[in-house]
Write a protein that binds this ligand. Structure first.
Ligand code: GDP
Length: 202
């Protein structure tokens, strides 16, 4: 898929205030610092669309971007960030779970996972939660440029065997590097294929 236009639409913390048209949408979520903003900016070929971790006061909101006037890319807040205040310690703010439960336009959630790390409890639990709530998801392993091929092969084996403890098969997955600009096309093709199949269904 070629991205012709990528425009910011709205940010909020209330799922009822998200765009009301019925365009298909795809959400991106993961632990803070996983490389989500860099991935979104790479995918949309726009260095500044999503705010990166280095942006001061990066807001923790549901951000809707419209792509090619056809579908929404949704940038969700990073989770699992260690904070001291008890009030903000909850890893999933209610508005995020609300978003997943209520947003019928959501076609697929992309769960971003740092390719360098061993499976993290918070990611595994989140994917189980998505499964329990019948929300389709795919995994995007980020920052693959930081690993040698052999290291990634080993990490992937560990990750997939961990997933197989819970799932009948390994979910759809992608590998990306925002530094080397790889993997975005595959994700966009996946989205395109789903969008096309939705059109023929309607
Ligand atoms: P976010 O908090 O998930 O939105 O993460 P960011 O996109 O802001 O990235 C967090 C840090 O990781 C930044 O310093 C990025 O430059 C770095 N980073 C993100 N993606 C990659 C990648 O694919 N490769 C490398 N080497 N660094 C990355």
């Amino acid at each position: 898929m070629k991205i012709n236009t990528a425009k910011f639409v709205i940010s909020n913390s209330d799922v009822d205030k998200c765009p009301q048209d019925k365009l298909p949408e795809y959400a991106f979520i993961g632990r803070s610092n996983v490389g989500k903003s860099s991935l979104i900016n790479m995918m949309t070929n726009n260095k500044k669309l999503a705010k990166t971790s280095s942006t001061p006061g990066k807001t923790q909101l549901i951000n809707h971007f419209i792509i090619n006037d056809e579908w929404y890319l949704v940038d969700l807040p990073g989770y699992g960030y260690a904070r001291t205040s008890k009030k903000t310690k909850k890893v999933f703010q209610k508005f995020i779970t609300d978003y997943f439960v209520k947003r019928s336009q959501l076609v697929c959630a992309f769960v971003l996972v740092d390719s360098r790390h061993a499976p993290q409890k918070i990611d595994l639990e989140f994917m189980e939660w998505l499964g329990t709530n019948s929300i389709p998801f795919a995994i995007i392993f980020t920052k693959t440029d930081k690993l040698k091929k052999g290291e990634w092969d080993r990490n992937f084996k560990v990750y997939s065997s961990k997933m197989m403890e819970t799932w009948a098969e390994m979910p759809e997955y992608f590998t990306t590097s925002s530094l080397h600009k790889t993997g975005a096309e595959e994700v966009l093709e996946y989205i395109d294929t789903i969008n096309e199949s939705l059109k023929t269904q309607s």
